[in-house]
Design a protein around this ligand. Structure first.
Ligand code: MD6
Ligand code: FE
Length: 213
């Protein structure tokens, strides 16, 4: 099973699934158009770390009913409005809902799509995604633009990690036993994709935040 998809399993179910080239060039271009509209309505902002107020190197925005934000005063959280404009987040583009329904294996739709933009020198420190109520839902990620070195380890920071190169159009599903695995982006590989004329990388992460009733 080394060709189209690679999965690792540490218990029951597929925990981390990498689907290389899941989105074809035309699908990537369509999705990018929809994201340009999202970023027009909900501009990228610079998030800051809880307590220290240190700026992150990525810029971010969201679409869907909820969005993930962070700042010095109030820390990591989900909220229904953009922290700068105060407006509700734009709707989640249909292709993202369709992708979730196809790959998430979860009976309810995602509520948040976090959009992270990485310029050539941005990175994302090792972290867990754990601000959601329902860890039964996976996090589904989509990469667009320049490739990135994604590192994923275990349930503690010290666990051995593996590195994966994520290319434009790749999808990663982090679920089951790996839902709370530490992961991050070590670096971007500038000039590896022509999708974004400005260069850099967009990463979308689709999340279910609340437990469905
Ligand atoms: C990124 N990804 O690819 C950062 N989180 O830029 C994530 O933080 C991530 O890829 C949860 C699940 C999948 C991911
Ligand atoms: Fe994450």
């Amino acid at each position: 099973m080394a060709d189209r998809r690679t999965a690792r399993s540490r218990g029951k179910g597929v925990a981390l699934e990498h689907l290389p080239g899941k989105l074809k060039d035309a699908d990537q271009a369509k999705l990018l158009d929809a994201l340009r509209a999202v970023m027009e309505e909900a501009p990228l902002f610079t998030p800051t770390m809880p307590r220290s107020g240190k700026p992150m190197s990525v810029r971010m925005t969201n679409c869907g009913p909820l969005g993930w934000v962070t700042d010095k005063e109030r820390g990591y959280r989900y909220q229904p409005t953009h922290p700068v404009t105060g407006k509700p987040w734009p709707a989640m583009p249909k292709p993202l809902l369709d992708l979730w329904r196809e790959v998430a294996g979860y009976p309810a739709d995602p509520e948040a799509c976090l959009v992270n933009y990485y310029s050539g020198d941005a990175k994302m420190g090792l972290h867990q995604d754990k601000d959601e109520e329902d860890f039964a839902a996976p996090v589904v990620s989509v990469s667009l633009g320049d490739s990135a070195i994604f590192r994923v380890g275990g349930l503690t920071r010290k666990d051995k990690a593996q590195s994966l190169e994520l290319k434009s159009g790749d999808v990663v599903v982090l679920g089951c036993d790996d839902r709370l695995a530490f992961h991050g982006i070590d670096r971007i590989l500038p000039g590896t994709s022509a999708l974004l004329p400005e260069g850099g990388r967009l990463n979308l992460t689709l999340r279910r935040v609340t437990k469905p009733v």
